[in-house]
Design a protein around this ligand. Structure first.
Ligand code: FES
Length: 152
């Protein structure tokens, strides 16, 4: 287990199930993803069964039980974004990163993860994507290279 999550676990000690989601998000911010050992430690900290932790991770799209890239690009492909050109955005990113445009994935160097998402809540900015927590609206394919270079 990543030792840098211990201070986070101490903050949540004994707080119970109501704090499960914020605890998972805080731990993942540090560890990048949630391995089994970390989930067990979170369960012991909060007094929550492991099965409930797995249920939350499966349900919540922004939690990961497998390794992901250092940076995560989430491209919305819901109807307003699709109509505004999200397919070309996803294809350009996938081609540049050597990934599948329909299902995304993680680059072999572990630098980038590409995810195709349903609505990200910024339909008025379609086509819309997130790079980690950075919001990018009205995206055009020619903007992508600069963002990938900054993260390289
Ligand atoms: S449809 Fe893309 S952000 Fe809502």
């Amino acid at each position: 287990m990543n030792p840098s999550i211990e201070p986070i676990l101490q903050r949540y000690e004994g707080k119970g199930r109501a704090y499960l989601l914020p605890c998972l998000l805080d731990v993942q911010d540090v560890s990048g993803w949630l391995d089994e050992e970390t989930c067990l430690a979170i369960g012991e900290t909060l007094g929550v069964p492991l099965v409930q932790i797995h249920d939350v991770i499966q349900f919540y799209a922004l939690l990961y039980d497998k390794p992901v890239g250092e940076r995560i690009i989430r491209v919305c492909d819901d109807v307003p974004c699709y109509l505004a050109g999200s397919e070309a955005i996803a294809e350009a990113l996938a081609q540049r990163l050597g990934l599948d445009p329909e299902h995304g994935g993680t680059t072999t160097d572990g630098k980038w993860t590409l995810e195709i998402h349903p609505c990200l809540g910024r339909c008025e900015q379609a086509p819309f994507l997130l790079i980690d927590d950075e919001e990018h609206g009205h995206v055009r394919p020619e903007q992508l290279e600069a963002w990938l270079e900054v993260g390289a």
